[in-house]
Design a protein around this ligand. Structure first.
Ligand SMILES: NC(=O)c1ccc[n+]([C@@H]2O[C@H](COP(=O)([O-])OP(=O)(O)OC[C@H]3O[C@@H](n4cnc5c(N)ncnc54)[C@H](O)[C@@H]3O)[C@@H](O)[C@H]2O)c1
Length: 337
């Protein structure tokens, strides 16, 4: 029986992942600091729903509190750790860089160190498409050089990847790093575009459209993302005997049981088309406020998800029409609009 410690279970993705694991009968312990980056009531609500499922337990604590993290993990004895808790958000990192150093560098170090001490079977860590930074060779592949991060958020995620690689190498700690591409869906984060657009349109407020709408994102529906994570939990990287054992296109390290995997829809969608689709779904027009691109933003992201498919046989498939409809249905029910 697998026992999985998931950090960030009160968050958007962690909540969905925990729900999926619990529904398979897997024991899950959630660890989350309930930070006030956005509506804490929504985080508490997500945890309350998980608490109703059998096999779920949780500790409220910060990643930086190594003693609390260790205590929770020692009591639960996980054999797998999925580390999703982080200070997320690209734009917030311009004004609050230190939050990213604390949560993402110190916090992630504590999780990696814990995984080493407990000798877990597999450590899986959330990184981000934003580590591709100024790369413009699209779709992005895991084997590409990625050294041009444009924000402290992206820089801390890239640093997490390096930190995890060194531990995988030194201590033979099997590690998979995911690079997620713009995740959306029910229970989604209030700081992300879909939530902000739907909220503003329903309340007759204007929406800000950056780079005059000439932006592209690879929107990934949360259930598809969770399916990818779930399947990768069972794909444990093994240190190759030599470089020749690494298949072309595989990001497996030549010197560690360590691999990076994109999880994205592999389709780039123009922001204006995304807005049009939201309007269609709501049956209401947005008041559009066209703006310049924001500092630190990238004009496009687009995943090559063929490694995910090769490793798991799975590729994300929800299109934005379905995904937006699911989000809007949840939003209207949750907020009673
Ligand atoms: N949502 C996306 O589009 C997206 C894209 C790329 C990468 N990611 C990454 O995926 C992961 C999950 O993202 P999400 O969208 O669910 O974000 P989220 O903010 O909804 O969830 C993160 C959770 O971590 C908790 N947390 C934050 N800092 C903490 C700390 N120092 N100690 C303990 N708990 C802490 C928060 O309370 C929150 O519940 C993050 O690592 C994020 O960087 C998300």
């Amino acid at each position: 029986m697998t026992r999985i410690l998931v950090t960030g279970t009160a968050g958007f993705i962690g909540f969905h992942l925990a729900r999926a694991l619990l529904s398979e009968g897997i024991q899950v312990h959630g660890y989350d600091g309930m930070t006030d980056y956005y509506d804490v009531a929504m985080k508490q609500h997500r945890h309350a729903l998980l608490m109703q499922m059998s096999g779920f337990s949780a500790t409220e604590g910060m990643l930086e509190d190594q003693a609390a993290l260790d205590q929770a993990a020692d009591a639960f004895k996980p054999d797998v750790i999925v580390h999703l808790a982080a200070q997320a958000g690209v734009r917030y990192s311009l004004d609050h860089p230190r939050a990213y150093i604390d949560s993402n560098l110190v916090g992630t170090f504590n999780v990696i160190e814990l995984a080493r001490r407990l000798k877990v079977r597999h450590l899986l860590i959330a990184s981000s498409s934003s580590v591709y930074g100024a790369n413009d060779d699209m779709p992005f592949q895991e084997t590409q050089k990625a050294d041009t991060q444009l924000t402290i958020y992206a820089a801390t995620k890239k640093a997490n990847e390096s930190m995890a690689h060194s531990y995988a190498h030194l201590w033979d700690l099997p590690t998979t790093v995911f690079r997620f591409f713009t995740v959306y869906g029910p229970w989604g984060r209030p700081d992300l575009a879909l939530f902000k657009f739907v909220d503003a349109i329903l309340n007759q407020r204007p929406i800000d459209i950056y780079n005059n709408g000439d932006m592209y994102r690879d929107f990934t529906y949360v259930d598809d993302l969770v399916r990818g994570i779930r399947l990768l939990i069972d794909v444990i990287p093994q240190r190759p005997a030599s470089k020749d054992d690494i298949a072309p296109g595989d990001s497996l390290s030549p010197v560690a049981p360590y691999r990076i995997v994109n999880i994205g829809n592999s389709e780039k969608v123009r922001l204006l088309d995304f807005v049009n689709e939201i309007e269609k779904c709501l049956g209401q027009k947005a008041v559009r406020n066209y703006m310049d691109i924001q500092k630190g933003d990238v004009p496009a992201t687009w995943a090559d998800a063929s490694l995910l498919q090769r490793l798991t046989g799975y590729r994300p498939q929800t299109d934005i029409q379905d995904g937006i409809a699911q989000f809007v249905a949840w939003f209207k029910e949750y907020y009673g609009t």
